[in-house]
Design a protein around this ligand. Structure first.
Ligand code: SAM
Ligand code: DTB
Ligand code: SF4
Length: 336
């Protein structure tokens, strides 16, 4: 069993990136198999509970009030609407429901509304995740007390490149929020974005920052930039697909027991590229036709993808609707 290390050096991670692709994928696939059943993929569904008009200036984000992206702004959704979306996500086979809000940080009255949502989603038997910006320690504790399972807060990129992407909050602000989430006892979902015109050394720097945290995030989303017209990165250069695969593979090797999510950007990826990402150690996806404001593959396309690749939704129970009903039944047999 490969050991969990927190003392990775940048040089070591850079050397992994530099390996011949198939050697790197082979190494990552071996590590993956030591810690997980490679057929199982965790399935989350996202819902934007408050959309747009965000005061932050994240250069990739269609929801920032600093850029004109034509996005329709939406206030915080009513509780009943959130519950309905969560019930649909569960029926479709998701095991985790992630609620995203375009805030710099939640006001206390917003937090109370989010807590009611967390409680309602938990009652449906789903795991819960929230991403709502920076949190103070007392806010993190309130969310933990409400039973929130995961808080998503990404580092986004390397500490060096960070200032090119966001000026309204610092890399250290992000680390502080992550510390508050950990101290409150919640699981951490933290990753980043690639394809923002960063250098390979920035991808190394991002993974180094994640893999040297005192505890690895339980969930590591690797997002491919979704280029949105009107944002400063709307015309960013396309990243070589194999470089994306390398990023997934290095994340898998460096954080062997974390769930690595093949996150935003799947709509632009072929089935073959996604298969290579799963081989390289990705074992989670966002499922459902929308991410927060941009598209995601059709549910039916994902169902077929899982069937073609022999993948099953993690925690899928026989008799319930899942992304791959037949594969799910097989899994139930294996586990009975
Ligand atoms: N406002 C909160 C925050 O920034 O922490 C939560 C919502 S924010 C949209 C969550 C994450 O979505 C960001 O940290 C970023 O990593 C990812 N994201 C946003 N826009 C994206 C895009 N165009 N492509 C890929 N990932 C994106
Ligand atoms: C994460 O790392 N990716 C998700 C989730 N955490 C919140 C968000 C992706 C957003 C893509 C752009 C959009 O749909 O607005
Ligand atoms: Fe706001 Fe989050 Fe988008 Fe940044 S990533 S602009 S904080 S919604």
């Amino acid at each position: 069993m490969s050991s969990i290390r927190h003392d990775w050096t940048r040089e070591e991670l850079a050397a992994l990136f530099d390996k011949p692709l198939l050697d790197l994928v082979h190494q990552a696939a071996s590590v993956h198999r030591q810690h997980f059943d490679p057929r199982e993929v965790q399935i989350s569904t996202l819902l934007s509970i408050k959309t747009g008009a965000c005061p932050e200036d994240c250069a990739y984000c269609p929801q920032s009030a600093h850029f004109k992206t034509g996005l329709e702004v939406e206030r915080l959704l009513p509780l009943a609407t959130v519950r309905e979306h969560a019930a649909q996500a569960k029926a479709a086979g998701a095991t985790r429901f992630c609620m995203g809000a375009a805030w710099r940080s939640p006001r206390d009255k917003d937090l109370d509304a989010v807590i009611a949502m967390v409680e309602a989603v938990r009652e449906l038997g789903l795991e819960t995740c929230v991403t709502a910006g920076m949190l103070r320690a007392d806010q993190a504790r309130k969310l933990a007390d409400a039973g929130l399972d995961y808080y998503n807060h990404n580092l986004d990129t390397s500490p060096e490149y960070y200032g090119e992407i966001i000026s309204t909050r610092t890399f250290d602000d992000r680390l502080q929020t992550l510390g508050a989430v950990r101290d409150a006892g919640m699981k951490v979902c933290c990753g980043g974005i690639v394809g923002m015109n960063e250098a390979r050394s920035d991808r190394v720097g991002l993974l180094h920052a994640l893999a040297t945290l005192p505890r690895h995030p339980e969930s590591v989303p690797i997002n491919q930039l979704v280029r949105v017209a009107g944002t400063p990165l709307g015309d960013a250069a396309e990243l070589d697909s194999f470089e994306f695969v390398r990023t997934i593979a290095v994340a898998r090797v460096a954080m062997p027991a974390s769930v690595v999510r093949l996150s935003a950007g799947r709509e632009q990826m072929s089935a073959e590229l996604q298969a290579l990402c799963f081989l390289a150690g990705a074992n989670s996806i966002f499922y459902g036709e929308r991410l927060l404001t941009t598209g995601n593959p059709e549910v039916e396309a994902d169902r077929q993808l899982f069937e073609r690749l022999g993948l099953v939704g993690l925690g899928a129970v026989a008799g319930e609707a899942t992304v791959a009903a037949s594969a799910c039944a097989e899994r139930a047999e294996r586990c009975s």
